[in-house]
Design a protein. Structure first.
Length: 702
């Protein structure tokens, strides 16, 4: 079947239709030919049977006439025997008259039992030409050359040769004797005797009266019937040919001269069949139709056989078959030509037009449309084709618009990434400044702690050496002023640290809001990617419906799907990065809030220390006036210096922690900066993908 696949559609359809038409018409033709053959054979059988029936009817009419003649003579002779009204000469005269009047008779005769006719056999021994030494009344009248000759019957007591006498004597019924060869008038002739027994009123057998028909006459009569060029023959009940115009040599021979004919004869005798086909002496198949002939006045049955050659019977069939084959072949050729033309006009031409349109579509021209001229499958397919091209044009327009939108969104994302990157740089710089301030605060707190330690030592020395308090009061006052100034400086710097922390927290808050905006844009990009992927899937489905001609659409749809998948993947990666930035920004915001609170606490503590330093200064001013209270004041100062030392230590810890938090914020800012760079890179890749998609779409004409 490989070669069949290489044929065009019109050739395939034409071949299938041709084979179908050939099969259907061939089947119809075979059925018709079979029926015609059956009818031809039935016609032959009917012709043969009609000829046989006609011959049998004519023969029965003739035999009935002869049987009536014989019966009349037998009754007349039986009656004259009673009253001796007819002499032997008168009986012979009657027979001569009858024989001369019937041209179809060859001979007539009568044969009586000894002394049964007139009781005078003794006186008639060898008396006349028809007498023999027995003197019995046995005249045999023969028609020879138009004249009637007489001679005595012979061999009448011998079985076989004398059956014409012995059989009717035994049956006491009219008997048709099978033909046999008999020498009459010095000439050997094949005769068929018909014999009527003569019976007394009591049924006693007295003799016979009979006549002979020549087989030649029967042969001549049978030759008048030629059914379909065949012949009719006469066969006795035992199967012997009486007349056979086709083969005169078969007369007095049995019909079943070969096994096939013998088998047919058995069926005819049994009554199971009256016809059949056998091979004749020439080797030709012959139809043989038998018609039984009830012999008039007898229980015997003979048969007519009508023989017709099978070739003659089927001659019309063969001629008709040849004509039908030629006409069918011509009709099939014309029908195939018409079907081929119709297929080319109604199927192949529209399909070729559709194929051309699909080829142009495969080259990127989506403006093609089919003209719908009918409501058949081709018209419906053309309508679907137009609808498909319309939907493809709409889909490509939508993809183009979405691509432009994605490109614009990508540019916005790149700009946002650059802006966020700048903000991240600013945050990093601010956090660095905060870290430096915190380190400076830590150093100053350490200096304050050392100063408080010195103040504590001095207070202890004042307590221990109250005598020297007055001398050193001025120095303590100066140191107290210096500590107060340093605390004022610390308060100022801590205020700057607090403002820096608040600015950093505000920047981180803005960064978090920008991250949320970026996340929303990424969601839009993901939705666009999903829609693009869905459109690519619809385009692939439409391309698969188009079959082989839709492979070009399938490739484009697959490229669109890949771009959509890449866009989706990039959006998911950007989403992950933005989420990480959100988390880090949240942590930084929380850390900055905590640092801001701690800085505020440090400012308050330093303010308290400044107040204490003012109190110390007042007390040191009053030292000179209240020397008696030096010891208690020194103790109070020692306690105050302990508290200040603790506060300064706490301030140092807060400053150190603020520095560490500032470093964490700086690291988070660096990570956010890296994320922004990745977002910018992804946006650039997305822009390139959009450009490639637009280049692909530019190949299509919509």
């Amino acid at each position: 079947m490989t070669f069949f696949k290489k044929f065009s559609l019109s050739m395939k359809v034409t071949l299938v239709l041709a084979l179908s038409v050939l099969l259907v018409l061939g089947s119809i033709l075979m059925m018709n030919m079979s029926q015609l053959q059956t009818l031809s054979m039935a016609k032959g059988e009917l012709e043969g049977r009609n000829a046989g029936v006609q011959y049998a009817t004519d023969l029965q009419i003739r035999l009935s006439s002869m049987q009536a003649t014989l019966k009349s003579l037998a009754e007349q002779m039986a009656a004259t025997r009673m009253d001796q009204s007819l002499s032997r000469e008168q009986v012979i005269g009657i027979m001569q008259h009858t024989l001369s009047q019937r041209s179809d008779l060859f001979a007539m005769y009568t044969l009586w039992e000894p002394n049964a006719f007139d009781g005078n056999d003794e006186a008639n021994r060898n008396k006349s030409l028809y007498d023999d030494a027995s003197g019995r009344f046995i005249p045999y009248l023969i028609k020879v050359d138009g004249r009637i000759q007489m001679e005595p019957l012979v061999d009448y007591e011998k079985p076989g040769a004398g059956d014409y006498y012995l059989l009717p004597k035994a049956s006491k019924q009219l008997t048709y004797i099978e033909p046999y060869e008999y020498e009459a008038g010095g000439v050997k002739t094949n005769l068929m005797p018909i014999v009527q027994p003569i019976l007394s009123l009591e049924g006693e057998f007295l003799g016979i009266v009979g006549l002979d028909l020549t087989v030649e006459q029967l042969q001549e009569d049978a030759g008048k019937y030629e059914p379909l060029g065949g012949y009719v023959s006469l066969i006795t009940g035992s199967g012997m040919y009486v007349a056979n115009p086709n083969d005169p040599d078969s007369i007095l021979q049995h019909f079943g001269d070969n096994p096939e004919k013998a088998e047919l004869w058995k069926k005819v005798e049994a009554g199971s069949s009256t016809e059949g086909y056998t091979v004749n002496s020439k080797g030709d198949r012959v139809l043989r139709v038998f018609e039984p002939i009830p012999m008039p006045g007898s229980e015997q049955t003979w048969y007519t056989q009508a023989s017709i050659s099978e070739d003659v019977i089927l001659a019309d069939y063969h001629q008709t078959r040849l004509t039908a084959l030629l006409e069918s072949a011509a009709g099939i050729v014309v029908l195939i030509a018409i079907l081929t033309l119709m297929i080319r006009i109604m199927v192949t031409k529209p399909l070729r037009a559709l194929s051309g349109k699909l080829q142009l579509m495969a080259q990127g021209d989506l403006t093609q449309e089919m003209t719908v001229r009918s409501g058949d499958e081709i018209g419906i397919m053309s309508g679907y084709f137009n609808e498909m091209t319309r939907k493809l044009r709409e889909m490509f327009r939508l993809v183009s618009d979405l691509s432009m939108t994605v490109g614009a969104t990508s540019e916005q994302l790149s700009a946002s990434a650059e802006q966020n990157s700048g903000a991240a740089h600013t945050v990093a710089a601010a956090v660095g400044s905060i870290a430096e301030g915190a380190m400076a605060q830590n150093d100053q707190a350490s200096d304050s702690s050392r100063s408080m330690s010195e103040i504590k030592v001095g207070a202890e020395r004042i307590a221990e050496f109250s005598s020297s308090v007055s001398a050193t009061a001025d120095g303590v006052t100066n140191q107290t002023k210096q500590g107060s100034d340093e605390l004022q400086t610390v308060v100022t710097e801590m205020g700057e640290v607090m403002r820096s922390v608040e600015e950093t927290a505000a920047s981180i808050k803005r960064l978090e809001e920008r991250s949320e905006q970026i996340g929303g844009m990424i969601d839009i990009i993901a939705n666009i990617s999903k829609q693009t992927n869905l459109l690519a899937l619809n385009a692939a489905i439409e391309a698969s419906r188009a079959g082989e001609h839709g492979r070009g659409f399938a490739v484009v749809a697959d490229e669109i799907r890949k771009l959509a998948d890449q866009t989706k993947q990039a959006a998911e990666e950007v989403t992950g990065l933005v989420e990480a930035v959100r988390k880090d920004t949240g942590k930084a915001a929380a850390t900055m809030a905590a640092g801001n609170a701690k800085v505020r606490s440090g400012v308050q503590s330093i303010g308290g220390s400044q107040e204490r330093f003012q109190s110390i200064l007042s007390e040191m001013t009053a030292v000179n006036m209240q020397i008696q209270e030096v010891s208690s004041s020194a103790q109070q100062m020692s306690a105050s210096t302990d508290l200040v030392s603790d506060n300064v230590s706490q301030l140092a810890e807060l400053a150190s922690k603020a520095a560490a938090d500032s470093q964490s914020v700086a690291a988070a800012s660096e990570e956010q900066l890296a994320s922004m760079e990745e977002i910018a890179s992804s946006s650039a890749a997305l822009s390139r993908m959009v450009e490639e998609l637009l280049e692909k779409l530019a190949q299509f004409k919509i």
